[in-house]
Design a protein around this ligand. Structure first.
Ligand SMILES: C[S@@+](CC[C@H](N)C(=O)[O-])C[C@H]1O[C@@H](n2cnc3c(N)ncnc32)[C@H](O)[C@@H]1O
Length: 282
């Protein structure tokens, strides 16, 4: 079979499983195996695909048909315009989380300091930490996670982006490993209500439970994080954390309870959903 025929077979297989992006996903898997970019794929549509490569493409298509997320199959995900290594040990970084990075950059500019300590709690792949380090030259980042396996992936990513000395990794529970005063605290914590976990999409259920489960009301970790943050934040400083779109009311209430004299704002993502809380400590 040539490239075009292989693509058609792969996309038909994926379509059978109800995938809405079957064609695009078939392309990604084919290009991953053949190690070619999109332009080369279109240029070589009539070229033959070797039996070995055809077999490899078929086996990746099978994995995708079994609802394994595309990013786990290719081992990569783009976030904030940057490539990140991912595995089933980490949450796949989501586009809506880029909002936290944008907002943290604005806060860092407003602080106008020569050195800014940023802490990323629940760093997972390190996507937020690495994006911030690359976009805020004055920053030093401490990225915390409770999962040793996640930190190994974050380590790969900080090295791949040449940030070994500016992004420190700490294993621990929320802010336990942090002893210095924090200028900006960023977190995309697990925030799904425990009772909702079983009704999640099959792909999402392949992600680590520790990255998803936010306890009874989804805000268990946020409560503990804000409680710890009271004694660890600099003034001025800022806290940014991601929420589910229906958690804004409760999250604002909690924020005001722990930081009564700060300014608390709800931030919306590109889909206009309430997606993050900003606490400005002044
Ligand atoms: C929703 S994921 C976010 C991953 C990454 N920051 C992102 O946005 O793609 C939450 C992360 O928090 C970590 N985590 C869960 N409980 C934690 C805790 N008590 N202390 C520190 N990290 C925790 C999980 O291991 C997971 O990597």
């Amino acid at each position: 079979m040539n490239v075009k025929e292989t693509l058609n077979v792969a996309s038909e297989e994926l379509m059978k499983t109800g995938s809405l992006d079957a064609k695009l996903e078939a392309e990604v898997l084919l290009r991953h195996v053949l190690k070619i970019d999109r332009a080369a794929m279109f240029r070589d549509l009539d070229e033959d695909v070797s039996i070995e490569d055809s077999g490899n493409i078929a086996s990746l298509v099978k994995r995708r048909a079994q609802r394994e997320p595309l990013a786990y199959i290719t081992g990569f995900k783009e976030f904030y315009g940057l490539p990140f290594i991912v595995s089933e040990d980490v949450l796949i970084p989501r586009q809506e989380t880029e909002l936290l990075v944008d907002a943290a950059i604005v806060q860092a500019k407003a602080l106008d300091k020569n050195e800014i300590l940023i802490v990323d709690v629940g760093t997972g792949s390190g996507a937020i930490a690495v994006s911030l380090a690359l976009n805020i030259p004055a920053s030093n980042i401490i990225a915390v996670d409770i999962s040793e396996a996640a930190l190994a992936i974050a380590d790969d990513n900080r090295r791949a982006h040449g940030l070994y000395s500016r992004v420190k990794l700490r294993r621990g529970n929320l802010l336990d490993p942090i002893t210095d005063k924090i200028d900006i605290l960023v977190s995309n914590p697990p925030y799904i209500r425990s009772e909702r976990l079983t009704s999640l999409q099959e792909e999402v259920l392949k992600e680590p439970l520790v990255a998803l489960d936010g306890g009874y009301d989804g805000l268990e970790l946020v409560k503990r994080l804000l409680f710890q943050a009271v004694d660890k934040m600099s003034n001025p400083g800022a806290i940014l954390f991601e929420i589910d779109s229906d958690q804004a009311f409760e999250a604002v209430k909690l924020s005001q309870q722990f930081f009564p004299s700060a300014i608390t704002t709800v931030l919306k993502d590109l889909s206009n959903d309430e997606r993050a809380i900003l606490i400005e400590i002044r």
